[in-house]
Design a protein around this ligand. Structure first.
Ligand code: C5P
Length: 275
């Protein structure tokens, strides 16, 4: 019998908005965020094994732990079966696009298929972004990340940029001045690209100003994105440093990505469609 291996795509998670609306007694922050998923991401393969193992490959593998420190490993342990995991890393780490959380969710989805049972894992224990990454569909995320409401959103065409600096999420939250900000205003016709875009422009990422204080290069990335031909909106995702700009068409996003890549060959630049 050949060992069955399941391959799962782990898409980049993009916070199109991220409002910080309060702080709990335990220090965690209350969020109100519109999350979508990109067609760029990592690839996770899981196979039955007699003991746990993790192999990290791919262009972004450098520095990614291949042991119990990796969230993939923790997810498999929480599921309660030993598996051989291969993590093909394409997304930058500590980048505000949920790489580790999406990888962990992909491990759980793969293991659910492999072992034919639900994971039973309390997802927020693995990280605030893991519940929404398990859904891997456009959603409004509230609470500290554990409240996830699927949304019917028109797709967006984007350019994603990471300038190659890692950002510590707790460090950004420490610098955040006001923790009681207004939640998102009611979403207007999210199925209509233009209405959704206009609504998005009036929302915020409250972590963007503190992240710029921690890593000033983020301001340079946002300026470069906003200056691209056809860019409708430029904003940071999560706690950074990855930022995105939105375009009317995929062709416009593809062209803008080529322009930005040649101006900044040292940056990670990817066109993407968000769903
Ligand atoms: O859950 P995750 O490991 O992604 O969170 C990383 C850190 O970000 C937490 O340790 C906490 O300092 C901060 N955080 C927060 N409020 C949230 C999510 C994360 O303060 N809702």
């Amino acid at each position: 019998m050949t060992a069955q291996a399941i391959e799962v795509f782990a898409p980049a998670k993009i916070n199109l908005t991220l409002h910080v609306t309060g702080q709990r007694a335990d220090g965690y922050h209350l969020l109100d965020s519109l999350v979508m998923f990109a067609d760029v991401g990592d690839r996770v393969t899981v196979a039955r094994a007699s003991e746990m193992s993790l192999r990290v490959t791919g262009p972004m593998a450098a520095g990614v732990p291949d042991d119990a420190r990796n969230l993939c490993w923790k997810a498999a342990e929480a599921f309660g079966e030993p598996v051989a995991i291969t993590l093909d890393k394409h997304l930058p780490a500590a980048a505000g696009i949920g790489g580790g959380s999406s990888d962990a969710a992909a491990v759980l989805r793969g293991m659910e298929q492999l072992f034919g049972r639900p994971s039973g894992v309390h997802l927020p224990d693995l990280g605030a972004d893991v519940p929404v990454c398990m859904l891997a569909h456009a959603a409004r995320m509230q609470g500290i990340g554990e409240e996830v409401l699927p949304l019917d959103m028109a797709p967006f065409h984007a350019v994603l940029v990471n300038p190659g600096v890692e950002v510590s999420t707790p460090a950004v939250f420490r610098v955040l001045g006001c923790k009681d900000n207004a939640p998102m205003t009611p979403m207007a016709e999210t199925g209509m690209p233009l209405a959704a875009l206009n609504w998005l422009a009036s929302q915020r990422n409250d972590l963007q100003p503190p992240a710029i204080m921690v890593k000033p290069v983020i301001a340079e990335v946002l300026d470069a994105l906003a200056a691209l031909k056809g860019a409708r909106l430029a904003r940071m995702s999560g706690s950074g440093a990855t930022c995105f700009a939105l375009f009317d068409t995929r062709a416009a996003a593809d062209g803008a990505a080529i322009t930005l890549s040649s101006a900044h060959p040292e940056w990670w630049v990817r066109p993407a469609t968000l769903r």
